[in-house]
Every structure is written in structure tokens, then in C-alpha cells.
Design a protein around this ligand. Structure first.
Ligand SMILES: Cc1cc2nc3c(=O)[nH]c(=O)nc-3n(C[C@H](O)[C@H](O)[C@H](O)COP(=O)(O)OP(=O)(O)OC[C@H]3O[C@@H](n4cnc5c(N)ncnc54)[C@H](O)[C@@H]3O)c2cc1C
Length: 433
């Protein structure tokens, strides 16, 4: 136990998890230093879908309104088979009356969270271009060792460190890592002008067997061009095929005819929006990371660094936000008599996050081969069972709650209002101490 007023957190990684955590710790009155390997925050990546659980954390952070101005409201997810039948038909209102999702460009997500961080300039210090390569923990502190922005050796000590440096983290304590491996399949993605051919408030997916999957996600706008609404297009493929995907015009024609045979309307639209030379397809690879614990002593691991998974359920950024929320709740819980108890903090954090993370990781691992594998029998089973399941109101609702991101296990769930409620008062009595 150490007096709380002297505690200075280092956060490694300025992604979703790191930025949200920095804001919440600063609101609680701590000093925070953010270490980010990139020289500038210019997030590259497809748009993503924030689920109601992630939006509850946005409300808690006070950034929901800002995010909604730029993002795209999403009311549900519809997944079509090649014969036009709906395999997936989940709508957020089935989980909660006012629930919606938000399609958001990564640059917008980063901008919104960065704006929140910058409201705490007195408490938060940025270290851009710092590549942290090693942590050394002692009973009194944790040392960060790496390179600074001029590629000079860097070494500094902090009271506690939150590792939030993404799926490929080399900083998570190796003794806690149970699984750390790449998925054999990933996705090619591109961002194009908004798709108006389909319902603009739905994430549309298209599946044929377990080998063909495509997604069209409403993605809203980026902060520098708020009038231009966008969509993200995903095309699933084995990682080994990334280097060759749509490299020549002939391949594009072949790909479009593959889509056209199954989903003509989607193919017509794709033909228009992907014909310019400026359409760049990039690849996204997935990782599977499972840990036995997320924190101990003065080190915690959150976000993808703690539980990277396939984005089949679209939960990664939501889980990163829930981690940030749970960490700040645990800090509050473990603060007593001017002291912060690390053991109590991590015990509470594990209570809040362990079973929910286990639920989503297990489900994601179970479902991913039904959509991204060579197991044709698995997709045949999927095509029979899913439509049956959607006919039973109990399962429809459970599916909607699952996609909303609130599940803590098969039978229990978190509550939007509890997460969204205003941040707790600074533990120091004044956020500026
Ligand atoms: C194709 C695809 C689609 C997805 N769709 C969704 C979706 O619809 N909904 C959803 O919720 N999630 C989705 N996800 C998952 C989501 O993107 C991630 O779960 C989320 O971005 C993780 O955030 P993070 O902060 O943990 O990590 P990151 O965003 O990866 O941030 C880590 C940061 O750490 C920095 N860093 C790395 N190493 C170091 C170091 N040594 N020193 C200092 N800094 C370092 C990096 O530069 C980076 O800025 C998707 C992922 C993919 C690939």
C-alpha cells in the first residue's frame, strides 16, 4: 500500500484502451504518462462497430455526443446467405429499448478519445515516438525501458504501469499468457463513399459456406471531412492470400463476378465504388490471446494486449472500453484511508472482467470457424441451426444482448445505466492534486 496522492501511472499504447484509461485515471486525480510508439496518432484500419456496451462507456467518459455527431447510427446486424435467406437478424432494440450501435472510422474514434484526454492537460503527459521494450517491476516501482523519439535509450520509473499496446504486445508478463497465436484467416478491407443501396443503419453481412464472407459497415465521417459519409467493406480470406488479393484488374473482375453470382445488388455497387485507382485494399490479421490473469502488483494488461480475438462478434474495442471502465471502478473500490491496495484492485478488476472476457473469447473461438475456415460441414450446420434459433424469442434476445456487449456469462449481463453513470468523484478530493 502506498499513499494515493503520489501515484503516477504509465500507460503504454495510445489506442482505444490506453486513451480511455488515461482519461478516467486523470478524472480520478492521478498523474498519467502515455507512451506511444508512433510519432503521430494517425490510426489506420477499417471502420468498426461500437456496441451499446462501448457506448455506455462513451457516455461515462462524456464523449458520446461528440462520437454520435461523426459516427453512423447502427440499429442491427443482418447476414444474408447466397439464396437471399437471412442467417443473422439481430437488432439492438431486442436487447434494450433505446440501444443502438455506432459505426465509426478509426480516425474518428481516436479523435474523440484524444479530445477527452486533452481536457486533462494538467494531469496527462504525452510521450509520442517512445517504444517501450521492457518492464522491470520491484516492490516500490516499475521501470520502463525502451527508446525515445530520437531513438536514444530511455529508462524511467513509475508507480504502476498499464500495458495497452495491442494484440502483438511483447510486454504482457509471459507467465500470464496461455495462448498467443495468429488466426489463419483475416480480412481485406477498404473504405468507400457511403453505401446507399442497402439500409444505412444496418451492418450488412453476406455469407456462402464457411469460405465466403463479406461485410458492409456504415462508418460515418472523419473529423476533417464531416460531410462525406463513408462505408467500410470487408472481404474475408486466408492470411496467406493477402499479398495477391485484387492486385490486377482481371482479379477484380473475377472477384466481382463471384459476388455477383450470389448478391447482384451488392456487386453492382461494389463495381462502381471500387473501380477508381484510389481504392486501396489493406489487410487485417487477427490474433488470439488468452491470459490467466490481467493484473498483479503494479502491472495491469488491458485491451487487445490482454484478450485479442477474431472480430467475428465485433467486440474488441468495446472490451477495451469496458476494461478502462472496470479499471477505474476497481481503483475506486480499492482506495481506502488514503491508500490504494493493489491486491484488492486486481481482485475487483478480475471480478468485473474475467468471466465476461472468457464468455466473448470462447464464443468468438466457437463461431469463427463457421464463417472463416475450410470446414464446409460447419457452415451447413450453421445454415440449419441459426434460422431455427432466431425463431425462438428467448434466443433472439440473448443473441441481441450478446452482440450488444453486455454479457458476463451465458445467463448474466451488465447494465447500461450502471456503466454510463457519471464518473466517480476524484479519489483525491480534487482532480488537480
Ligand atoms: C478487421 C477488424 C475489424 C474489427 N472490427 C471491430 C468492431 O466492429 N468492433 C469492435 O469493438 N472491435 C473491432 N475490432 C477490434 C478492435 O480494433 C481492437 O480490439 C481495438 O482496436 C483494440 O484497442 P487497443 O487499445 O487494445 O489496441 P490498439 O488499438 O492496437 O492500440 C495499441 C497502441 O499501442 C501502440 N504500441 C504498440 N507497441 C508499443 C510499444 N512497444 N511502446 C509504445 N506503444 C506501443 C500502438 O502503436 C497502438 O497505438 C476489429 C479489428 C479488426 C482487425
Amino acid at each position: 500500500m502506498i499513499p494515493i496522492k503520489t501515484i503516477h501511472f504509465a500507460i503504454i499504447g495510445a489506442g482505444t484502451a490506453g486513451l480511455a484509461t488515461a482519461t478516467l485515471l486523470a478524472q480520478q486525480g492521478f498523474q498519467v504518462s502515455i507512451f506511444e510508439k508512433a510519432q503521430h496518432l494517425e490510426p489506420v484500419g477499417a471502420g468498426l462497430l461500437l456496441q451499446p456496451a462501448g457506448l455506455a462507456v462513451f457516455e461515462h467518459l462524456g464523449v458520446l455526443e461528440h462520437a454520435c455527431q461523426l459516427g453512423a447510427k447502427v440499429t442491427g446486424l443482418e447476414g444474408q446467405l447466397a439464396d437471399g435467406r437471412l442467417l443473422v437478424d439481430s437488432h439492438y432494440h431486442e436487447a434494450g429499448n433505446h440501444y443502438t450501435g455506432l459505426g465509426i472510422h478509426r480516425a474518428t474514434l481516436c479523435h474523440v478519445l484524444q479530445t477527452a484526454v486533452n481536457q486533462h492537460r494538467d494531469a496527462i503527459t504525452w510521450f509520442m515516438g517512445y517504444d517501450i521494450q521492457q518492464l522491470q517491476e520491484s516492490p516500490e516501482q516499475v521501470r520502463l525501458i525502451g527508446q525515445d523519439a530520437q531513438q536514444q535509450p530511455f529508462d524511467a520509473a513509475f508507480d504502476a504501469v498499464i500495458v495497452a499496446n495491442g494484440a502483438r504486445s511483447q510486454l504482457r508478463p509471459s507467465a500470464w499468457v496461455k495462448i498467443d497465436q495468429p488466426y489463419p484467416w483475416g480480412a481485406a478491407w477498404t473504405i468507400v463513399p457511403e453505401c446507399q443501396q442497402f439500409d444505412r443503419e444496418i451492418l450488412h453481412q453476406f455469407y456462402d459456406t464457411s469460405q465466403i464472407m463479406m461485410g458492409i459497415l456504415p462508418t460515418g465521417a472523419i473529423p476533417t471531412a464531416s460531410e462525406q459519409r463513408l462505408s467500410s467493406v470487408f472481404w474475408s480470406l486466408p492470411s496467406a492470400q493477402f499479398p495477391h488479393f485484387l492486385k490486377q484488374e482481371q482479379q477484380r473482375e473475377l472477384w466481382l463476378s463471384q459476388v455477383s453470382k450470389r448478391w447482384g445488388k451488392a456487386a453492382d455497387w461494389l463495381e462502381q465504388v471500387t473501380q477508381t485507382a484510389s481504392t486501396t485494399w489493406l489487410s487485417a490479421q487477427y490474433r488470439d490471446v488468452v491470459m490467466s490473469q490481467y493484473g498483479q502488483g503494479r502491472i495491469g494488461v488491458i485491451g487487445d494486449a490482454a484478450h485479442a480475438m477474431s472480430p467475428q462478434l465485433g467486440q474488441g474495442a468495446n472490451m477495451a472500453l469496458l476494461d478502462a471502465w472496470a479499471l477505474s471502478q476497481s481503483v475506486q473500490h480499492s482506495y481506502a484511508q488514503q491508500q490504494l491496495g493493489w491486491a484488492k484492485l486486481w481482485q475487483h478488476y478480475h471480478q468485473l472482467r474475467r468471466s465476461s472476457t472468457f464468455f466473448y473469447q470462447s464464443l468468438s473461438r466457437l463461431l469463427t470457424p463457421l464463417y472463416q475456415s475450410d470446414l464446409r460441414w460447419a457452415s451447413r450446420m450453421r445454415d440449419v441451426l441459426f434460422p431455427l434459433m432466431y425463431r425462438i424469442p428467448y434466443f433472439r434476445r440473448q443473441m441481441a444482448i450478446t452482440i450488444s456487449g453486455f454479457k458476463t456469462n451465458a445467463l448474466q449481463q451488465l447494465n447500461y445505466a450502471e456503466i454510463a453513470q457519471s464518473p466517480i468523484a476524484p479519489v483525491l478530493g480534487s482532480a488537480k492534486c
